[in-house]
Design a protein. Structure first.
Length: 261
């Protein structure tokens, strides 16, 4: 079964949603703690939230499998993206609440981790790299948009409440200055949502690795507080909240493409 699905568009825009997947193979699920089998650390419903991007001509890449199988936004060598801060790894051993993912003695060893990289991680990154290359050849430049979300309060990962919209550009390294300026201008022009640029979430492996503005790839991560488009406690999509947010997301995508052109 395919590890991911790619909708090919023709605009200079690729929306990557690496934590949207929820599937867990049976042999792995049997080794998880009961609470982990519900894959609570999913970026819930982000593919539904970003479905409008297809009308903008975007390519959209969506994984099938949960980050508990392998985290597509971590480097294959599992080097920490945020040294000195709590985070979760390539094949997470702890959940966002700090509790274990696996039953005692059931966490994967090095050989299994490598097998998961080849089976689940590699296909996503191959598809991502190939689509970026196709769009860059067609347009000269391409915007890679990393769509993420997380609960607004996660003490294990950050203090206090997260801003509604968290823009990450690897402190400006993953996109051109023009893209950064245009995106921040869109956020500054609205007052419905709180926001920050390069705060707690500066962009994960995908943003940092593929964002090469000098080579025509501008990469941006947007980490949304899930309360902006869903009921966090009930884990339920809120169509009204989503409809209110989507015009701003659309404006950000269009501004990012325009700035890169």
């Amino acid at each position: 079964m395919s590890a991911c699905t790619l909708h090919r568009g023709e605009a200079p825009l690729l929306v990557s949603l690496p934590h949207d997947g929820t599937a867990v193979p049976d042999d792995i699920a049997a080794r998880l703690q009961p609470a982990a089998r519900a894959v609570p650390d999913t970026d819930w419903f982000v593919s539904r939230l970003y479905a409008f991007a297809r009308a903008l001509g975007a390519s959209v890449l969506v994984p099938r499998f949960s980050r508990y199988v392998v985290d597509l936004n971590r480097p294959p060598d599992d080097v920490s993206l945020y040294p000195g801060q709590n985070t979760t790894g390539l094949c997470p051993a702890v959940r966002f609440d700090g509790e274990p993912v696996y039953l005692p003695g059931q966490a994967p060893g090095a050989d299994e981790v490598q097998s998961r990289v080849e089976t689940y991680w590699r296909p996503y990154h191959d598809a991502l790299a190939e689509e970026l290359a196709r769009l860059r050849e067609r347009h000269g430049r391409v915007l890679l948009w990393e769509g993420h979300s997380i609960r607004g309060i996660v003490p294990f990962l950050f203090e206090g409440r997260l801003p509604d919209l968290n823009l990450g550009t690897a402190a400006g390294a993953s996109c051109s200055p023009a893209v950064q300026v245009r995106l921040e201008a869109v956020l500054a022009a609205q007052s419905d949502y709180s926001w920050v640029a390069n705060g707690r979430f500066k962009g994960g492996y995908i943003t940092r690795h593929y964002g090469q503005p000098a080579q025509g790839v501008d990469a941006v991560q947007l980490e949304l507080a899930q309360s902006t488009y869903m009921d966090e406690d009930a884990v339920r999509y809120d169509a009204a909240k989503a409809a209110a947010l989507q015009p701003l997301l659309s404006a950000l995508l269009r501004a990012g493409m325009a700035a890169g052109g």
